[in-house]
Design a protein around this ligand. Structure first.
Ligand SMILES: O=C(O)CCC(=O)C(=O)O
Length: 289
């Protein structure tokens, strides 16, 4: 499906943006971040990788096999900065030392609070305004991820709804996804099921008896991901927590770096059964109180 994108000049939301968001469950805002802001974040991710010692790490992030789900390195990462590898990367001693920038699939999940460069990128007054325009009373930044989609080996992100993993009562999760490099069909851009946020939540990733379980809530298949979001560097994409979305493997020679931030409303209940818990790091809004 073709879709309309909007520009920074349209902010804060006009009526057309609001009705696009309500009807489709996503919204694309071009040139939201400058080239320099994107480059600074890319450089920072490289710095964080260089600084980190990977010799004892082996946590792979793979949404196909979901092998990370029982992994305490992953499950304890909600209030930390942790590094996860590509499933197809050759994680050996040499690559873990001298090819570090190529083997990482993503960094998560509290970059927005713990790193000063990511903090600045994430805590923006315009993001606060957008969240209020789409109905948030008390936006809280819950999770951040730097996703690399490495050339040739960048893994698929299987079709999912974000509320499966970041559940509140009532459901409030929204994703702010930023292209740090041009995202195309070749390097694994986002693909969404336009309007699919109006369907039910299909699954819930929940802690039961101390173990994470993927519980089926509704077995209706997702509608097809009919909209390919090929976007330029600096574009911001808003994703409703119920919107089915996916990105394919990157078989091309170009990486597809992206940064994604998920927020919830502080006026909702955040159950203890969610995988992401931040016992030592209270959630914050976009702007300092
Ligand atoms: O960047 C991707 O490929 C997937 C991102 C995603 O699923 C999300 O931000 O919720």
């Amino acid at each position: 499906m073709n879709y309309k994108s909007f520009s920074r000049e349209n902010l804060p939301f006009n009526n057309e943006m609001l009705s696009f968001w309500e009807n489709n469950g996503f919204l694309v805002i071009n040139n939201f971040y400058s080239e320099t802001e994107c480059n600074n974040l890319i450089k920072r991710s490289q710095f964080l990788i260089e600084k980190n010692d990977f010799s004892n790490s082996n946590s792979i992030f793979d949404t196909v096999s979901q092998s990370h789900n029982d992994d305490t390195y992953f499950l304890d990462s909600g209030d930390k900065i942790r590094f996860f590898f590509e499933e197809k990367a050759d994680i050996n001693e040499i690559n873990s030392k001298s090819n570090k920038n190529y083997i990482v699939n993503k960094i998560g999940h509290a970059l927005h609070d713990l790193d000063k460069i990511f903090y600045k990128f994430s805590h923006k007054v315009e993001l606060d305004e957008i969240s209020k325009c789409i109905g948030f009373k008390k936006p809280l930044l819950l999770q951040s991820m730097y996703i690399f989609k490495q050339p040739k080996i960048g893994g698929e992100v299987v079709c999912h709804q974000d509320s499966t993993f970041l559940y509140t009562e009532p459901e409030t999760a929204v994703g702010f996804w930023v292209a740090l490099e041009d995202a195309t069909i070749e390097n694994g851009c986002l693909q969404v099921a336009s309007g699919g946020h109006k369907g039910p939540l299909r699954k819930l990733f929940t802690k039961e008896n101390g173990k994470m379980t993927m519980k089926e809530l509704n077995n209706n298949p997702f509608p097809p991901t009919d909209t390919i979001l090929e976007v330029k560097k600096g574009t911001l994409v808003l994703l409703h927590g119920r919107l089915p979305h996916y990105s394919c493997e990157n078989k091309s020679a170009k990486s597809r770096h992206a940064y994604t931030l998920h927020i919830i409303d502080g006026n909702s209940i955040y159950p203890k059964t969610n995988w992401l818990q931040r016992p030592n790091l209270p959630l914050k809004g976009f702007i300092d109180d």
